[in-house]
Design a protein around this ligand. Structure first.
Ligand code: PGA
Length: 220
């Protein structure tokens, strides 16, 4: 099996009770083969999910959905790399929702990458155009290609177009690339089957355990 990352981006959707139910149901699923499964959870759940994963030996890597661009200190409301590293091995940086709703610039994304790297976190950085790829300061990241018009719309980008775009990314950065935007279990293989794609980033379909588990199964 080629290296595959199947990442669940819960966004701002889960309370503690809901997350516990999700984890309980996920732990009952059968998988004959497993890619790397990354769960990107809200900050409020990282401690609980980390404990659950460890106690039940679930085959899940835990990640945060954002990180402070600063080191520890007087930055009210921010969560710095050392705090994330206590619970997580991954962090998601530069999601288009953060770029658009919180004015995150490429410069800010690069500061976050630097902080995450200094703590030894694995980094998934979201991009939706080539200039964001060109401005990335590091190659040591997983790039999630997420076309804006495909996110949360049910209109996933045509796999042929994804393949061409990812070829362009790879000419600029020698990084692992995954695809995100309206991925579901019916279409996941159209992307993971492409030779230049190594996984998917899943939003809404990751909230339902059965759908997400089918995505994991069908991705292989
Ligand atoms: P979606 O979200 O799967 O709901 O389109 C993907 C993402 O925003 O990461």
């Amino acid at each position: 099996m080629k290296k595959l990352i199947i990442a669940a981006n819960w966004k701002s959707n889960m309370t503690k009770d809901e997350a516990e139910t999700w984890l309980e149901e996920f732990s009952k699923q059968d998988f004959s083969e497993l890619p790397e499964v990354v769960l990107l959870a809200p900050f409020t759940l990282l401690d609980m999910v980390n404990t659950y994963i460890k106690d039940k030996s679930l085959p899940i890597s835990l990640g945060a959905q954002d990180i402070s661009p600063f080191k520890k200190g007087a930055h009210t409301g921010e969560v710095y790399s050392g705090e994330i590293k206590e619970f997580c091995s991954y962090v998601l940086i530069g999601h288009s929702e953060r770029r658009s709703s919180f004015n995150e610039t490429d410069e800010m994304v690069n500061k976050k990458i630097e902080e995450a790297a200094s703590a030894g976190l694995s980094i998934i950085v979201c991009i939706s155009n080539i200039s964001q790829v060109k401005n990335l300061s590091s190659e040591n990241v997983v790039i999630a290609y997420e076309p804006l018009e495909a996110i949360g719309t049910g209109n996933a980008e045509n796999p042929e177009d994804v393949k061409l775009f990812v070829d362009q990314i790879k000419e600029i950065k020698n990084a692992t690339v995954i695809y995100g935007g309206s991925v579901n279990s019916e279409i996941v293989k159209n992307y993971t089957g492409l030779e230049n794609i190594n996984g998917v980033l899943v939003g809404s379909e990751s909230l339902k355990v059965n759908s997400f588990s089918d995505i994991i199964r069908n991705a292989i």
